[in-house]
Design a protein around this ligand. Structure first.
Ligand SMILES: [Mg+2]
Ligand SMILES: [Zn+2]
Length: 157
């Protein structure tokens, strides 16, 4: 898990942390069912200067299993987000499962974070998780991420 020779990284939740959610706290869709990506305040200004950091997005998208979303649309939305930020994201992981699937990736479990850490040589003991929900904090903790910062504090809302 920990990689003492690795790099520090930032792990971000998606909805409510980097992008806006709808009134039902879901990723918004347009009339054609495409995901609408709208950055939350200060996100671009804060992240663009950090382009030399390893930065990842780890997102629960159970709507894929429930049929509201398609995996390829979520992938495309993340690519669009990365483009909006100036191509600064190092990578991302999407959990498509529901609680019933008992997967290792759905937050509050840490599987998405530990997978990325292994792939990119991240030292979690010097890394940070940023999120808007308790499941984000717990996922970071489960993965061995040293720090958690609430999205509202990280972005100064
Ligand atoms: Mg969130
Ligand atoms: Zn999963």
């Amino acid at each position: 898990m920990a990689n003492p020779n690795g790099n520090a990284a930032l792990f971000f939740d998606l909805g409510g942390t980097l992008v806006k959610l709808n009134e039902s706290r879901e990723i918004p869709l347009d009339a054609n069912g495409n995901i609408v990506i709208e950055l939350l305040p200060n996100v671009a200004d804060k992240l663009r200067p950090m382009h030399n950091h390893l930065m990842f997005v780890v997102t629960n998208q159970a709507g894929i299993t429930r049929g509201r979303l398609k995996l390829e649309n979520v992938e495309a939305a993340l690519a669009q987000l990365d483009h909006l930020l100036g191509d600064i994201l190092t990578g991302w992981q999407i959990c498509p499962h529901t609680d019933d699937d008992h997967c290792q990736c759905r937050k509050p479990r840490g599987g998405m974070i530990t997978d990325l850490a292994e792939m990119y040589g991240v030292d979690l003991a010097v890394s940070t998780m940023v999120g808007d929900q308790e499941v984000d904090r717990l996922a970071g903790e489960a993965a061995g991420v040293a720090n958690f910062i609430a999205a509202k504090d990280f972005f100064g809302w």
